[in-house]
Design a protein around this ligand. Structure first.
Ligand code: CTP
Length: 401
């Protein structure tokens, strides 16, 4: 396969490859950028691999930064852009299932491609537009399958995170997992427990947001990666994930907080169990907050009072999207949406009279009783028992005295 024209991100980096070539070394675009170019998808990361050793790369270019020299990576600065150039390498010994113990630099492109995870990630593209495809990755793109390079179990033994990567690429691209690759996933799924939670999370989030998340979740159950995910064992059940998968076949979340809400917040956990699960991951405060606050409502939306909804009105969009994906009864969805839209106030700050004003007018004195009074006012306004205007609030205050 040959490309006369390459995307602008790669075109801009071509002079780097040519400069390395002129110095007598090989250099190629490799990894995700070549896969995405062939698929016609946006390129977000340009990776270059070369037969030049790091010191040799540094001799060729004026401005370089040692970003990961022990792994063979040097960053070349060109027109304000930084390009990572990694020396061809083999990664032979792994003991921790994640990082190679020793990196051996080699001069051969095919050695470098051989260590990569999947055939669709093992292309190289030369500066003149030729695609090098030693592992039949083009055919796998056509067949829409994720297939490990060489012996699948070896690739997963080298790096157990690749098991999650297999599912995330399947989800993102709507590909299936090739049989031998699947068999190796089944065999080696327990090794996922050796991987840092942050790294699993990155892949899992991409899986959840992918176009074929439903299939990928079913795969996760099928090969039992589910049983080795972070969090407490057995909390997130196969039934829950399979049910969610069926829902995601039809509609998908547009944000990560909603994705996590669906995954953890609808798993019928008690609030203590949910907190534990949330702590098992390294989620942002925003995601934690959304899941914790909305979980009770998405689990029983028909029971949510106007007060419950008022308390989460800042998360209206997430809540309504979750209820839609969860196929909650239309009438309940409409009721929740209308209640949220028609709230008399959105926060205590919206009250027509605040604590300071009540004190000034001699209607209240500072202290715990004032807090109590304001809560009562807020409550009455939210429940539409009291109009949110100064006159009505004054009268209410006198009444409850
Ligand atoms: N565990 C891993 C991670 C990466 N790679 C190789 O390194 C390349 C770059 O990795 P990365 O940037 O993590 O992923 P991409 O494939 O580029 O995918 P994306 O950028 O879309 O996440 C991959 O294509 C693959 O060839 C690998 O073999 N094993």
């Amino acid at each position: 396969m040959h490309f006369d024209q390459v995307p602008s991100e790669l075109e801009a980096a071509k002079p780097i490859l040519e400069k390395i070539n002129e110095a007598g070394f090989e250099a190629y675009f490799v990894g995700g950028c070549v896969r995405d170019m062939i698929l016609g998808q946006a390129i977000h990361d340009v990776d270059i691999a070369s037969s030049a050793y790091p010191e040799e790369v540094k001799d060729i270019f004026e401005k370089t930064v040692d970003t990961g020299i022990q792994h063979g990576t040097v960053m070349v600065l060109d027109h304000g852009e930084g390009y990572e150039i990694t020396t061809f390498r083999t990664e032979s010994t792994y003991t921790d299932f994640r990082r190679p113990d020793s990196v051996t630099f080699v001069r051969s492109l095919s050695e470098d491609l051989k260590r990569r995870d999947f055939t669709i990630n093992a292309f190289a593209l030369s500066s003149n537009g030729d695609v090098i495809d030693h592992f039949d990755g083009l055919n796998d793109l056509k067949k829409k399958q994720i297939k490990a390079v060489g012996v699948a179990r070896e690739r997963f033994l080298e790096d157990a995170l690749r098991m999650m990567r297999a599912l995330r690429f399947a989800s993102k691209l709507d590909f299936t997992i090739e049989d031998k690759t699947r068999a190796a996933l089944k065999e080696l799924a327990p090794n996922l427990e050796k991987i840092a939670v942050e790294r699993i999370q990155v892949e899992f989030e991409k899986l959840l947001m992918g176009q074929a998340a439903g299939d990928a979740l079913r795969d996760m159950v099928d090969v039992d990666l589910l049983g080795h995910m972070p969090g407490e064992k057995g909390m997130i059940t196969a039934e829950h994930v399979s049910h969610l998968a069926n829902l995601l076949d039809k509609k998908q979340p547009t944000t990560l907080p909603v994705a996590w809400l669906l995954y953890l917040g609808t798993a019928s956990l008690s609030s203590e169990e949910l907190s534990k699960e949330l702590q098992g991951y390294k989620l942002s405060r925003e995601i934690m907050g959304t899941v914790k606050r909305l979980a009770p409502i998405v689990q029983a939306p028909d029971k949510a009072t106007v007060w419950d909804l008022y308390q989460v009105n800042d998360l209206s969009d997430s809540l309504l999207q979750a209820l839609d994906i969860l196929e909650v009864d239309e009438a309940v969805q409409t009721h929740v949406a209308n209640t949220l839209r028609n709230l008399a106030i959105r926060s205590p700050r919206d009250l027509a009279l605040n604590g300071g004003q009540l004190i000034k007018e001699g209607l209240a004195t500072p202290g715990p009783a004032l807090g109590n009074l304001l809560k009562q006012i807020e409550h009455a306004v939210v429940f539409n028992e009291l109009d949110n205007n100064a006159e009505a609030i004054r009268a209410f205050t006198k009444e409850v005295e």
